[in-house]
Design a protein around this ligand. Structure first.
Ligand code: UDP
Ligand code: MG
Length: 313
């Protein structure tokens, strides 16, 4: 199969029929073998009925429905786990992303050898204040912190090589950082393509302003996990030793003061400093050990390392 198209959706029943018609037209014109995975993220409207109808009419259309609204990341993750195509394309259901971009994205992955190609909504049709400005800031920070030169990390329209989607896990609100997750998993050939963006015709946006606060917290966790996720002791042990050492120095100072008899030790600031830093150091060490235990039990501790293999069958 050439292409799997993964469409996460939440209350998009008006857009879906138009989107499906457009996708089918583009795929047939280009003679692709394909599947469309519609992941209904707990819609309360008639989205699922539309998906059932599409699947009955055309066997390329498939659907998964969540029991409740879990979020775009969960929907993408389920879509990725079912995708069979050589190239996997994700796109929003609200008709803001154009299916006409698919053939070129497919070509970039297949012929230019990209692992991931992200869309870039160079000209956006969203409200300026609520979306465009915060999103510039968001992109600039993510670019700095991750070292990936993309203009538009959060574009819903992206193309992936098959192995990429099988090797990454997207959860929480992490869909904004898929290029960062992919890079961390070892897929470094990441490109971008300017794509058309359109106004939302039906329904309303599902993301408010609070996404930017949560977004930054997620970026910090991603950077942390990618650096120390497999060896938490390297992080906690390092700052723990540092804190303990500070505490020890303070302790030596109090001890000297005590021996010299210059002061009641509880009147010395060093007494409190030594207590504080030594306790802090021990706590950090314990945290590091606990984190190591958690990693040891994680089922993914060694997963996804292998790119190719030549072994006896
Ligand atoms: N979406 C989803 N689950 C959610 C929120 C959104 O599957 O909890 C889908 C939504 O239906 C759309 C895509 O994610 O297909 C992008 O959402 P939206 O258009 O609201 O975001 P915006 O374009 O405003 O950033
Ligand atoms: Mg949208």
């Amino acid at each position: 199969m050439d292409i799997s198209i993964v469409v996460p959706l939440f209350n998009e029943d008006e857009s879906l029929p138009h989107l499906a018609e457009w996708i089918t037209r583009v795929m047939d014109e280009n003679h692709f073998t394909y599947e469309v995975l519609m992941i209904d993220d707990g819609s309360k409207d008639h989205s699922w009925e539309v998906i059932e109808r599409l699947a009955a009419e055309n066997s390329c259309y498939k659907g998964v429905k969540f029991r409740r609204n879990y979020g775009k990341s969960a929907a993408l993750n389920v879509g990725f786990s079912h995708a069979q195509g050589d190239v996997v394309i994700t796109m929003d259901a609200d008709l803001q992303d154009s299916p006409d971009e698919i053939p070129e994205l497919y070509r970039m992955i297949k012929e230019e050898g990209y692992d991931l190609v992200s869309g870039w909504k160079k000209k956006r049709y969203d409200s300026k204040l609520a979306k465009n400005l915060p999103s510039k800031l968001f992109n600039a920070t993510t670019r700095r912190m991750s070292g990936i030169k993309l203009h538009d990390f959060n574009c819903g329209l992206k193309a992936y090589r098959h192995d990429v989607v099988k090797s990454i896990e997207v959860y929480g609100e992490m869909h904004r950082y898929i290029p960062v997750i992919a890079k961390w998993a070892g897929f470094t050939k990441i490109g971008e393509k300017v794509v058309q963006h359109r106004k939302r015709e039906f329904g309303t946006t599902k993301f408010g302003m609070n996404r930017f606060v949560n977004g930054y917290l997620d970026l910090i966790s991603i950077m942390f996990i990618s650096k120390f996720g497999k060896q938490p002791m390297h992080f906690f042990g390092f700052i723990g030793s540092f804190a303990f050492l500070l505490g020890f120095v303070a302790f030596v100072v109090v001890a000297i003061q005590k021996i010299a008899g210059v002061i009641y030790i509880t009147k010395s600031a060093y007494f409190y400093l030594s207590m504080f830093f030594m306790l802090l150091g021990v706590l950090l060490f314990v945290t590091g050990f606990l984190a190591e235990l958690v990693c040891r039990n994680s089922s993914t501790r060694n997963a996804y390392l292998i790119e190719k293999e030549l072994l006896d069958k």
